[in-house]
Design a protein around this ligand. Structure first.
Ligand code: AHR
Length: 515
């Protein structure tokens, strides 16, 4: 049995979670859009072709914002191809995923889908094959009320009101050699600042995210952020971060420790952004947009591998079947995001449906929840509030995490506590939700929470996600194999809560102020 003691105090807080921390990502990639969100003719499709079964599962996840249309895809995208009468839209080669893009779903359909799902849209502009001119025209088409050729074109296409999209990404992963027209940090910084200037002249209410490195393991990481922010500091609001953690090595302890690298990544980018501010003696703080994060390795190829003959339409690619172990590592990533709520204001689970996603569908058939669905749903529902700073006393273990991306195979030694935890107070009720990951593969954990001063008196609900096999997955044939069950035996008395967490388990304990 591992013992862990956690101390929480009412005044010791990290910060309030921004609504946009609970976002997701939809790219024109494989069957994410076609056969995922959109499938005219599907038995559950509405008149616009939006799958209602997928929409219902997305409502359970309750993402606050969705990034679109990419991803690598956006670096070759002509937004004009995806608007206007569907029968007139061109099919194009998509060099990001070596597919054919039919453009039957485009910006206006995405906005309608978001409005139906009650989700804020986030758009990315193409700064790969295109530049600031295309971006400013795209923004004018979307957000300008009327009286100009592009805003009138939107009206003519059937959308009389402006889309009023507030959050825009200035390109995607522009440091990556796999990106169409990748750039150096100076090249990207220059084009990003000129684009940002024009976009804010058109609509000063928008918020802009500049591309950070496409991963912490990139050879130019750090220098890239500094150079890009030196160019863009006065004109952007966010810098982006992307992380996909892996278990290539089949080393579960290292895999479950990997979210701690995400903590370090966030803290490093904050330090770089604040150093750029300090050099300018500026009180402005650039916030972080973690606009791609997930577990991804089984269906990941080397970025250089573009072998996909035949230019298929919506091929079944990146359809990662998530295991119980993946859900645990994923839950650890949710905890990392919560514990940096002061600076990470936006985050997007990559992605939403079929391609590295919490929701899977069969084209023409059923939709179901993957293992990672559950930690995200709990994070999204109960992570909204004020994150408390937890003082944790728990045994540690050492591991080495292997990360093959980049120019060389990297190995990161990690010393991690067996317990990874975040605590979020709902300011409306005073209730606190504890998100707790027991990373010990074989030992249960006796968790003691010292809650003096928080006024907590009851255990409202306690749920646990675990399985006798860390390899267990949910499939079309067995969609509910992995799902949360009750965490029994959680108690609270005299401001001390106690629970026993199963080995290798993800837990949510909701504590209330009423007796
Ligand atoms: O989410 C899949 C891909 O991962 C995205 O297109 C890209 O931005 C990242 O490399």
């Amino acid at each position: 049995m591992v013992a862990a003691t956690v101390r929480l105090r009412p005044g010791a807080t990290i910060g309030a979670t921004d609504k946009r921390l609970f976002g997701a990502f939809v790219e024109h990639l494989g069957r994410c859009v076609y056969g995922g969100l959109y499938e005219p003719g599907h038995p559950t499709a509405d008149a616009r072709g939006f799958r209602r079964d997928t929409m219902a599962l997305i409502a359970e996840l309750a993402p606050s914002i969705v990034r679109y249309p990419g991803g690598n895809f956006v670096s070759g995208y002509n937004w004009e191809d995806g608007v206007g009468p569907q029968e007139e839209r061109p099919s194009r080669l998509d060099l990001a995923w070596m597919s054919t893009e039919t453009n039957q779903f485009g910006t206006n359909e995405f906005i309608d889908w978001c409005r139906t799902a009650r989700i804020e849209p986030m758009l990315a502009v193409n700064l790969g094959t295109r530049d600031g001119d295309a971006a400013r025209r795209f923004l004018e088409y979307c957000n300008h009320p009327g009286g100009t050729a592009l805003s009138e074109l939107r009206k003519q296409h059937g959308w009389p009101l402006p889309h009023d999209v507030k959050f825009w990404c200035l390109g995607n992963e522009m440091d990556g050699p796999w990106q169409m027209q990748a750039r150096t940090a100076d090249e990207y910084g220059r084009i990003a600042v000129e684009t940002a200037k024009m976009m804010k002249w058109i609509d000063p209410s928008i918020e802009l995210a500049a591309c950070g490195s496409s991963g912490r393991n990139m050879p130019t990481y750090g220098q890239w952020e500094e150079t890009v922010l030196e160019h863009t500091f006065d004109h952007v609001d966010y810098i982006s971060l992307h992380t996909y953690i892996n278990n290539y090595a089949g080393d579960v302890p290292a895999f479950l420790a990997a979210p701690d690298l995400m903590d370090g990544f966030i803290e490093e980018v904050v330090a770089i952004a604040d150093a750029v501010a300090a050099k300018r003696r500026s009180p402005k703080r650039i916030m972080l947009s973690f606009d791609e994060w997930n577990v991804w390795y089984r269906t990941r190829r080397t970025p250089q591998d573009r072998n996909r003959p035949g230019w298929p339409v919506a091929p079944p690619i990146l359809e990662e079947a998530y295991s119980m172990a993946d859900a645990l590592a994923f839950g650890g990533m949710c905890i990392s995001l919560l514990n940096h709520a002061d600076r990470v204001k936006v985050a997007c689970l990559a992605q939403l449906v079929n391609a590295i996603a919490p929701i899977m569908t069969e084209t023409g058939g059923a939709a179901w929840r993957q293992t990672i669905f559950y930690p995200f749903a709990q994070f999204s529902h109960f992570g909204r509030g004020t994150v408390l700073r937890a003082e944790i006393d728990c045994e540690r273990y050492d591991s080495v995490y292997y990360d093959p991306r980049g120019s060389q195979d990297l190995r990161f030694p990690i010393s991690a506590e067996y317990l990874k935890l975040a605590a979020v107070r709902d300011e409306a009720t005073g209730g606190v939700t504890i998100f707790a990951l027991n990373r010990h593969p074989t030992e249960p954990m006796q968790l003691k929470l010292d809650l003096d001063g928080l006024g907590l008196r009851s255990v409202r609900a306690a749920r646990q996600l675990c399985d006798r096999s860390l390899d267990a997955t949910n499939t079309a044939a067995d969609p509910d194999r992995v799902r949360p069950g009750l965490l029994s035996g959680a108690t609270i008395s005299a401001h001390v809560a106690r629970a026993t967490l199963a080995p290798a388990s993800w837990n949510t304990i909701r504590l209330g102020t009423a007796v």
